[in-house]
Design a protein around this ligand. Structure first.
Ligand SMILES: Cc1cc2nc3c(=O)[nH]c(=O)nc-3n(C[C@H](O)[C@H](O)[C@H](O)COP(=O)(O)O)c2cc1C
Length: 510
């Protein structure tokens, strides 16, 4: 059991940084829990509620609701976020075990009747939700065969002080572990952290090969994660979290109604049959900060969930792209499409057809993309203006679109109309191969005067070789241009001047 820094990656410390740089507003006044979601909805900043609910609890929301704040968590900028995440994911780090007495998250231990979900500041997030949800929960459970810890994000719907519903419909590792336990009629021990550094969330949703995902948290943090054994089961969790909810998933399987819930695709998810969580203990720091994450609604791009999903989509798409094309440049899953449906890729095409390979690679990766837009590397995939321009001017619907059907898709997508598979569309928005240097694909920019080398007349310059208007200006040392027009007018009048195909001026007979 080693001594490690258990403050460096605590959520409160990151929130303090956000406050300092103006990325987090402070809500000092007491607020009823029902009003919390209204303050967070569409809010471009995180909000720290100092007195939420009658207990006047501290509650932070929307910490990860912008790419800027996610990037800050990895000490990089928005464009650098994916490369930094990929770099870190390549270096898994083994966790460091700490004793309970050294684990801040076990400073307060609540068991039995004292472990009460209804004593936590859990708020109703959307008008039609089935109950208040704990939304910032990261789950930890063990693969029985290897003892490896699986980590994911999964919400918890309050059902009572010690029971809750968890959503486990979509295919996931936790679902597979749980179904195995159900088949044996066994309880599945599980624990949830609430109140975590953004690095832990990014690790929880990253696509990695099968491995101990505590090592993945270490990778994304860039430092080994201190872990502690739960007080009521054998699951290991980050010792520096704000809260931990311990318990087990009921062996009865998907039997209890869970939902509706305002989902990450932007609409409500309907009531589903899901497993029940039984809570056996709650532990927390003495000055614990409860966390909520935003999800769904009209301002999807400003929700924690969409921003986190961009990281899952982009890392999966990138992994596919690096084997499909020689020079992928950037990938961006737009948060306004839930961080998954619309994916933009830029690349340097070395050979014809690579744009289509890129589309096929994203279709076939674990990314949940439906629409894939591929651009040349002169287009900034983060710029709506540039992407719109390229789609408008480089794309022909009957030539550059690929439509495929029958793909694995996110079942929650309401446009599926209940179908279990769906369509994917690729838009090749690249300039036709080999044409980029031609004038008709050249991008007009303000003139940049080359260094002037004297006061040469247009006729003398053209006697040597054809020249553009700007080249004539430079040769004449003109920063005006209109006197060149007069000179050219005189040459036209003497029937000495013509133009070539590129528009350069040419002396007749030369
Ligand atoms: C904030 C947030 C909440 C999520 N909630 C759920 C959920 O309730 N159920 C679910 O199946 N997936 C949910 N996901 C997606 C999973 O966390 C994600 O697919 C993860 O990679 C699954 O991990 P696993 O396959 O290792 O179990 C959520 C993602 C985010 C970012």
């Amino acid at each position: 059991m080693a001594a490690v820094d258990t403050d460096r990656f605590r959520l409160r410390r990151f929130v303090d940084r956000l406050v300092q740089i103006g990325e987090c507003e402070i809500h000092d006044q007491p607020i009823d829990l029902v009003d919390v979601a209204g303050v967070l909805e569409g809010n471009p900043r995180a909000t720290l509620f100092k007195a939420a609910g009658p207990e006047k609890a501290e509650l932070i929301g929307n910490v990860m609701g912008s790419r800027k704040r996610l990037a800050l968590a990895l000490d990089t900028d928005e464009a650098g976020l994916l490369p930094e995440l990929m770099k870190r994911l390549a270096n898994p780090q083994k966790p460091i075990k700490v004793a309970g007495k050294d684990a801040p998250v076990q400073e307060v231990v609540l068991k039995g009747e004292d472990a009460d979900l209804c004593a936590l500041p859990v708020h109703l997030q959307h008008g039609e939700d089935g109950a208040p949800y704990i939304s910032a929960s990261i789950d930890f459970a063990q693969f029985p065969a290897t003892g490896h810890t699986n980590v994911g994000c999964r919400r918890i719907m309050l059902r009572g002080p010690r029971t809750a519903g968890v959503d486990m419909i979509a295919p996931s590792d936790l679902r597979a572990i749980y179904l195995e336990a159900v088949a044996k009629g066994e309880k599945l021990p599980v624990a949830y952290t609430v109140g975590s550094h953004p690095a832990d969330f990014m690790a929880a949703v990253s696509m990695t090969p099968p491995m101990d995902e505590l090592d993945v948290i270490g990778a994304v943090r860039g430092a080994p994660v201190p872990i502690v054994k739960c007080v009521s089961n054998d699951v290991w969790v980050p010792a520096d979290a704000e809260y931990v909810i311990e318990g087990y998933l009921d062996p009865k399987g998907h039997v209890e109604p869970e939902g509706p819930f305002g989902e990450y695709v932007g609409y409500y998810g309907i009531v589903k049959r899901n497993p029940v969580l039984h809570v056996t203990a709650i532990t927390h720091r003495k000055d614990a900060l409860f966390q909520t994450v935003t999800i769904g609604g009209k301002s999807l791009g400003r929700t924690d969930t969409a921003q986190l999903t961009t990281m899952k989509t982009e890392s999966a798409a990138w992994a596919g792209l690096v084997t499909a094309v020689r020079e992928p440049v950037a990938v961006f899953a737009t948060p306004s499409s839930g961080g998954m449906y619309n994916v933009r890729v830029s690349l340097r095409q070395r050979v014809p057809g690579e744009a289509r390979n890129a589309i096929a690679a994203v279709f076939g990766s674990m990314a949940e993309a439906k629409q894939v837009f591929v651009f040349d590397d002169d287009i900034d995939v983060f710029s709506d203006e540039q992407c719109d321009w390229a789609l408008g001017t480089r794309f022909q619907g009957d030539r550059d679109m690929i439509v495929g059907s029958g793909f694995r898709v996110v079942p929650l997508d309401p446009s599926l109309g209940g179908a279990r598979t769906g369509a994917k569309v690729g838009f090749d928005c690249t300039i036709p191969f080999g044409k980029r240097t031609s004038l008709e694909w050249g991008i007009p920019m303000p003139p940049v005067m080359p260094k002037s080398n004297g006061k040469r007349a247009a006729a003398d310059v053209l006697a040597e070789k054809p020249a553009s208007f700007l080249e004539l200006m430079a040769a004449a040392g003109s920063r005006d241009g209109r006197e060149i027009v007069r000179e050219l007018d005189a040459l036209y009048a003497a029937d000495k001047l013509t133009r070539n195909e590129s528009g350069r001026y040419v002396l007749k007979g030369k």
